[in-house]
Design a protein around this ligand. Structure first.
Ligand code: UT7
Length: 337
């Protein structure tokens, strides 16, 4: 690793002490979707790599999914919720307008000491969250934090729009980060980017202050997610390559030094295309989109959890998390696990 990065080694690092994920039991397969709209398993599989997705029932909310994932991460870290300093929930499908989803998670876990907030950076929310915690831990301000990505995208999906409804699913993933004085392990570097000029590429417009609930919507479809698939596709490949390249350059690492890249799972073709440009071999790219679809902020922590539990990464490995989504937003973290 780059000497400068080593020498910058702060007194403390944010180490991933626990991880967990949760997905609703109910699934919606491509075959089932093909009975609802004009599509086919073949089209969805070829264009996206998705085979099925998990979908919440009416009684399963974002805070519920987040809490279940958090409990697993806390158990893995052997940390009592009462000891938590900070809880961040990255989501674009919050429990309600306010209070934050994180407030409900705090209540559910009994994390009395923690200060909490939601982070709305869409698919990049979890990666942004890790970057924020990195700063607070490195400065010595906190000794631990819980970062959760949790989404119930099925609740803002237009199930009659075949260009978008095939893509999304529900779920949650969480990590517990702890302060460590071992300068080597932990989050080594993070980058974050955004471009508000492209907000129209991916959005859900109702019911914010521009389209408040007390005014009739001119277009009733504004309660659902809208995506400009082609535009997002091209930007996503470019931005993922940009974020990972910046990580490698900043840390003085090569692809050979990286054990695994865990990308936001938005489309297998986007990830494969970015991997090709980065000269990343297949075995260093984790894909679980076939089972989950795109779960926005939840996708990186769900993938990370599965990657560790399946033995594809182990303690000491150097991994990169990378995400891209609405905003537009994108970013990455380099972690010595
Ligand atoms: O996390 C960030 C959020 N993720 C995204 O926004 C997704 C990014 N974009 C994508 O993943 C891809 O652009 C899609 C999967 C959404 C679409 O794939 P594509 O290869 O870009 O297809 P396309 O939009 O260019 O459409 C090709 C054709 C069109 O028909 P014509 O005009 O060629 O006759 C579409 O009408 O495929 C048609 N099509 C479908 N056909 C069957 C669009 N959706 C479907 C569908 N089933 N579900």
């Amino acid at each position: 690793m780059n000497k400068e990065v080593r020498e910058r080694s702060p007194l403390y690092r944010a180490v991933i002490a626990g991880y967990g994920s949760f997905a609703p039991e109910k699934k919606l397969t491509n075959e089932e979707l093909a009975k609802m709209i004009d599509t086919s398993d073949e089209w969805i599989t070829d264009r996206t790599g998705i085979k099925t997705r998990h979908i919440t029932t009416d009684s399963e909310s974002t805070a519920f999914l987040a809490t279940e994932a958090a409990k697993k991460a806390l158990a893995e870290a052997h940390l009592d919720a009462g000891e938590l300093d900070l809880i961040i929930v990255a989501t674009i499908t919050p429990e309600m307008v306010f209070p934050s989803t994180a407030s409900f998670v705090q209540r559910n876990l009994g994390a009395k000491k923690a200060w909490v907030f939601d982070l709305a950076a869409a698919c990049s929310g979890f990666v942004y969250g890790l970057s924020i915690v990195q700063q607070f831990i490195e400065s010595g301000r906190i000794k631990n934090a819980l970062v959760i990505g949790a989404e119930t995208l099925s609740k803002i999906t237009n199930w009659s729009d075949r260009t978008s409804c095939i893509l999304f699913g529900d779920g949650a993933g969480a990590v517990v980060l702890e302060k460590s004085e071992d300068g080597r392990k932990g989050i080594i570097y993070s980058n974050m980017f955004s471009d508000g000029d492209c907000w129209q590429a991916l959005n859900c417009q109702a019911y914010g202050s521009r389209h408040p609930a007390n005014k009739k919507l001119e277009d009733p479809k504004k309660i659902y997610m809208e995506i400009k698939g082609r535009e997002v596709y091209q930007q996503a490949v470019r931005r993922i390559v940009e974020a990972v390249t910046d990580c490698l350059e900043h840390c003085g690492l090569s692809i050979d030094d990286i054990n695994m890249v865990i990308s936001h799972q938005m489309n297998a073709r986007i990830i494969e295309s970015a991997a090709k440009r980065l000269n990343l071999p297949d075995e260093k790219v984790f894909l679980n989109i076939a089972e989950y679809g795109n779960t926005s902020a939840a996708s990186v922590p769900i993938a990370f959890n599965e990657c560790v539990r399946s033995g594809k990464i182990k303690r000491g490995d150097i991994i990169i998390f990378v995400a891209f989504g609405a905003g537009l937003t994108w970013g990455a973290n380099v972690i010595e696990f």
